[in-house]
Write a new protein. Structure first.
Lengths: 407, 348
């Protein structure tokens, strides 16, 4: 057993090559320009995702990073994250489509200003979606966050089921069509740069521009960079350290003066914020918010990204989200067609959630800290937490066992 | 936000407001039921009996959740999917292996039910036990979210096993059992469905009650549920007791699966929704409390039937899920210990 000082050093230092981040950012930013070159490569070319898929993968990554704040930092299991995605998507639907054609209002939007409905520029709508989901997170969090972890999981699951059902059935709230029922809200305005477009050659509307996928990808990538920056800075802030303290030992954190409720509510609200922004952007890319998109499995899909990559680890979650997002968008279908070419009759897309289940279980059993572990979390998972059950002490030892070399 | 949040919370936790809201909520429901009853008593009772049929099945599934929760404090998400798979295996047993069809005599059907149970009950006891052995036991020292996450993963795996074996079609045995009304009291109709559900489930519950309250192993289960460490010190084999709990939960799932197959229709993903309903029932009754699970399940069964069946201001089937989860959230917020549970130091 290493000395306590060594262990503390291991937690604090993060020996990451200083070139990794800039290289990844540049490669990511330039992706639309070399996609076709990669796709032309023999053998691996078939497995290279298109820019179009990358937009969705990046949006999923933002959601996974938001979920990571709740699950990875604060250690609260949220099984209803899809509710925030839904709120974000519907906010985009309300403020940037013809849903409320009783009014005509336009603000810096990419659609002509004489169209009925509320049309606010997508960039402002993203912020509104984030704030609305943040508020939703507080509303959901306040009554429930004082519950114990596993009860919280089930309550969030409940909200994850209720919110989409409300959207689905919300086409006549006392005669008022709020969500357009099972049809969803479509079309939703596309993101664009209408102000800049008036004096540069930038596109006014991404959806109608010839390089549609590229522009959406660049927008998504910019949002992702902001998200990563915020989550990293949050993690190292006073609030972030309080989250991690709660995750490690709630009782000890409370004894040290961390206000449990306030801290947990913030993790919930801020995690929700990014889900809302990503949901609204994805809705703008898809051109609609459809209630069939918001199902429980999606929450677990996002959770699976966080677990695969490593709970609490930003690099890990990005990697996990990209891998699973790729499998969801293209990977499983590509692999399936290869399998069928080889003469086997097996369709992996049909069993995608079973595959995610296998990933979840095997990661938890074999490598619980994820592909790219966060050091501190790894130590927690490997050495157990304070409430080590007594009956396994003879096999496992406890955290308080002392090794002669410690002295 | 912080200070407002805590002050709002403080108001919420103050017992008067909580009690007032809780009583108001229950009062509205009671008023709604009374008005519906007065408008058409016979219809109301018939809908209620339909709820009783559902409630008994939910109860058996809910017991599986509550047994496991009581002993491990783990929400076994996979339980609902074990239930669904067991129902599908029961359909294979009844329809293919024993070749029961609508023309078979009632005696043959009853015999087939017994044979099916003799096969599925041990099979799913072992399956459930193996899930615990493979997916939950290695994580007993990990933070508490870890086994919960594997439980979600196991749920998906089992659901996909059902999908791979049985595809997306519904299987139903409701044509096999006698149709229509078994007997009536006044205009209130007791259907065969209800009679058969009770005939299978009541003996199962009696055996369970006897096992838990009167056998040595049942005593060990209660001891482990109460205090794992103390029972380990008293020489109880904790791991074996936990395994046996999972065997029992699996057997109950198999019984519920057969009954559900006979009364309703099921396919690979039935277990997800039904599992959530049953879990809600377990929480409503007080998780870890066996009579509570059955009581909660009956209440949920009634609520679902009344919601979908009653005519005066019933929200209808579109809202069933929201109502069930609304109840779940309300119970957890207002009375986390459930109807029959005891308040624990953790507050939930």
């Amino acid at each position: 057993m290493t000395s306590i000082a060594d262990r503390a050093r291991g937690i604090a230092s993060a020996p990451r090559d200083k070139w990794t981040a800039p290289v990844v950012i540049v490669l990511g930013l330039l992706y639309p320009w070399y996609t076709e070159t990669l796709q032309a490569l023999p053998v691996i070319g078939d497995f290279v995702p298109s820019t179009e898929s990358m937009v969705v993968m990046v949006a999923f990554t933002m959601m996974a990073l938001g979920l990571n704040i709740v699950v990875g930092y604060a250690g609260l299991l949220d099984l209803g994250y899809v509710a925030f995605y839904a709120v974000g998507a519907y906010t985009a639907g309300w403020f940037a489509s013809q849903q409320f054609d009783q009014v005509t209002f336009s603000f810096l939007s990419s659609v002509p200003s004489d169209q009925p409905g509320i049309h606010i520029t997508m960039w402002l709508v993203l912020l509104m979606a984030g704030l609305l989901t943040l508020f939703a997170g507080i509303v959901i969090g306040l009554p429930t966050l004082r519950l114990r972890g596993d009860y919280l999981a089930i309550v969030t699951l409940g909200f994850g089921e209720i919110v989409p059902q409300v959207f689905k059935n919300g086409d006549s709230f006392f005669g008022f069509d709020l969500t357009h029922g099972t049809f969803g809200i479509a079309p939703i305005d596309a993101a664009g740069l209408p102000v800049l477009a008036s004096f540069t050659s930038l596109p006014k509307n991404f959806q109608t521009s010839p390089n549609r996928a590229m522009w959406f990808y660049l927008g998504a990538f910019a949002l992702l960079l902001i998200t990563v920056f915020c989550t990293v800075r949050l993690r190292d802030s006073r609030l972030g350290r309080a989250w991690i303290a709660i995750r490690e030992d709630e009782t000890a954190a409370a004894a040290m003066g961390v206000p449990l409720m306030r801290t947990k509510t913030w993790s919930y609200a801020i995690g929700a914020f990014f889900g809302g922004v990503a949901g609204a952007y994805y809705a703008s890319f898809r051109g609609g918010a459809f209630p069939a998109d918001f199902y429980f499995q999606f929450s677990v899909f996002l959770l699976c990204m966080v677990i695969l990559g490593g709970m609490g680890s930003v690099w890990g979650v990005i990697a996990g989200a990209m891998i699973l997002g790729y499998l969801d968008r293209e990977g499983l279908a590509t692999i399936g067609s290869k399998i069928q070419d080889a003469g086997l009759n097996f369709d992996p897309t049909k069993y995608q959630f079973g595959i995610y289940g296998v990933i979840i279980v095997s990661m938890m059993l074999l490598r619980p800290a994820g592909l790219i572990p966060e050091r501190r979390h790894k130590i927690e998972l490997e050495e157990g937490v304070h409430d080590t059950p007594f009956y396994d002490v003879e096999h496992e030892g406890t955290l308080t066992d002392r090794d002669p070399s410690d002295d | 936000m912080g200070s407002t949040a805590t002050s709002v919370l403080r108001t919420m936790r103050s017992p008067n407001v909580v009690n007032g809201l809780g009583f108001g909520f229950v009062g509205v429901i009671v008023l709604w039921l009374v008005v519906n009853f007065v408008k058409d008593p016979t219809y109301f009772l018939n809908v209620g009996l339909d709820g009783l049929t559902r409630g008994t099945v939910y109860g058996v599934v809910a017991l599986g959740y509550t047994l496991v929760y009581g002993i491990l404090q783990l929400i076994n998400f996979a339980h609902g999917d074990v239930f669904a798979l067991s129902g599908l295996v029961a359909s294979t047993m009844m329809l293919s292996v024993l070749s029961i069809d609508t023309g078979s005599s009632n005696v043959a059907v009853a015999g087939a039910v017994v044979v099916t149970l003799l096969v599925t009950v041990p099979l799913f006891a072992v399956l459930n036990g193996s899930i615990e052995r493979v997916a939950y036991r290695p994580l007993r020292n990990a933070p508490r979210v870890a086994p919960l996450i594997t439980a979600v993963g196991m749920s998906f795996i089992i659901q996909n096993v059902s999908l791979a074996l049985y595809g997306v079609d519904y299987e139903s045995g409701s044509e096999l059992i006698p149709q229509g009304v078994a007997f009536r009291i006044g205009d209130v109709r007791f259907t065969w469905k209800l009679v058969i559900a009770l005939a299978i489930i009541v003996p199962a519950l009696a055996v369970l009650t006897w096992f838990v309250s009167s056998t040595r192993q049942g005593k060990a289960m209660r001891a482990v549920a109460q205090d794992t460490e103390a029972s380990a010190m008293m020489g109880i084999n904790v791991n074996r007791t936990i395994s046996i709990t999972f065997f029992i939960a699996g057997s109950l799932a198999a019984i519920a699966g057969l009954v559900f197959f006979l009364e309703f229709q099921m396919r690979y993903d039935t277990g997800f929704e039904l599992g959530l309903i049953a879990f809600t029932a377990a929480v409503l009754g007080g998780i870890g409390n066996l009579p509570g699970a059955v009581l909660g399940a009956l209440l949920i069964g009634f609520i679902q039937s009344f919601n979908e069946g009653l005519l005066w201001y019933a929200p209808g089937g579109d809202w069933t899920r929201s109502i069930v989860f609304g109840i779940l959230i309300a119970v957890l917020v207002f009375r986390p210990e459930g109807l029959l549970g005891e308040r624990t130091p953790e507050g939930a």
